[in-house]
Design a protein around this ligand. Structure first.
Ligand code: SF4
Length: 337
């Protein structure tokens, strides 16, 4: 049992990390698709309380070496620089074996700090920035009420990199809908190429009930891409990624093709060949694969070669109205995020 405060989420890459909560919720909390902190007021925890948690965590770990720590929740950069630095020093003192301290950072918040402040934070130990950019298209960012622009994201991540922080970007497939899929892919790849982040993590959109995006969809202002269209979108992004060295990954369970992961540029061709293989399938086989993945008969595209499994999936799929399958896939994605 832990006796220190924990927030609700952490990035998938931080599954084994020490979690220390510096802020509660998200200072923006208005994105059209997001329900993470709905109804929760943003607050910054006091340095005193955070330090108490650090000491409690130190006791809990009992001298076991800890190499990674993630600062929860949505934006540690909302703290006064001196306070964040004090917390980072306390962390390093309690856990001298720490090699990585990471946090989400909102571009709008980070851009209010001077380069010298960002440097001070990096020097105190925060050496990894998670950036939920979601899209690099200003049109998509505006429609999704992200409250930021591609330029702002570029500035904040570059300042972090200049201070020596590693950066990892999250992007959401399908966020432009059918209306803005081309803009979403182009803006996103331009921003990824411009930042050259250490990592790119892909998520797949699901529209949560009660969100502004849900209202837009019902009003006909936003049209969901099909599963296959989202893979086409990912193809457009991956094809145009150039000149960067990043770990690219579809790690989240919501993604259709988890095998799309690797080092860029080395594995770009391999990942594109998996996408191209899927897109070259006839519609029935594409549907069989998507159904099989969403129902967990398949782990990856190669499983489609197993004739027994293919028949089992086909039989299971025949119990459903094919016109309703995309809706069912979406419902399943919604359960994952
Ligand atoms: S997506 Fe991120 S920035 Fe937007 S409301 Fe959710 S937590 Fe806040």
């Amino acid at each position: 049992m832990t006796n220190f405060e924990l927030g609700p989420i952490r990035p998938p890459d931080e599954a084994d990390s020490l979690l220390i909560r510096t802020t509660r919720g998200c200072p923006w909390n208005r994105c059209a698709f997001c329900t993470l902190y709905k109804g929760q007021k943003f607050s910054i925890r006091s340095v005193e309380d955070i330090k108490k948690d650090i000491l409690a965590a130190q006791k809990y770990y009992g001298g076991r070496p800890v190499e990674k720590c993630f600062l929860q929740d949505g934006d540690s950069f909302s703290m006064k620089t001196a306070d964040l630095v004090e917390v980072l020093h306390a962390l390093k003192e309690a856990f001298p074996s720490l090699k990585q301290i990471s946090s989400y950072g909102r571009g709008q918040t980070m851009n209010k700090k001077s380069a010298a402040e960002i440097q001070e934070i990096a020097d105190a130990g925060l050496n990894m920035l998670y950036c939920g950019m979601e899209s690099g298209s200003d049109e998509v960012l505006k429609k999704m009420r992200k409250g930021t622009t591609a330029e702002s994201i570029l500035n904040s991540t570059r300042n972090a990199q200049d201070a020596g922080m590693k950066t990892l970007l999250f992007t959401i497939l399908g966020l432009g809908g059918k209306e803005l899929t081309a803009e979403h892919a182009k803006g996103t790849v331009d921003l990824i190429n411009g930042i050259n982040p250490g990592g790119v993590r892909v998520l797949t959109l699901a529209v949560k009930p009660g969100t502004h995006l849900d209202s837009m969809e019902q009003a006909g202002e936003f049209t969901l891409l099909s599963e296959a269209e989202m893979i086409e979108e990912q193809q457009r992004i991956l094809e145009r990624i150039n000149g960067i060295q990043s770990r690219y990954g579809n790690y989240h369970a919501v993604n259709l093709m988890p095998e799309l992961q690797g080092e860029l540029p080395r594995d770009k061709g391999k990942m594109l060949s998996v996408i191209n293989r899927f897109l070259a399938l006839n519609k029935e086989d594409q549907l069989n694969f998507i159904f099989g993945r969403r129902q967990r008969y398949y782990g990856c595209l190669d499983d489609l070669d197993n004739a027994d499994r293919y028949r089992t999936v086909q039989k299971a799929m025949n119990d459903f109205d094919h016109g309703q399958l995309e809706k069912m896939f979406h419902d399943q994605r919604r359960n994952w995020i």
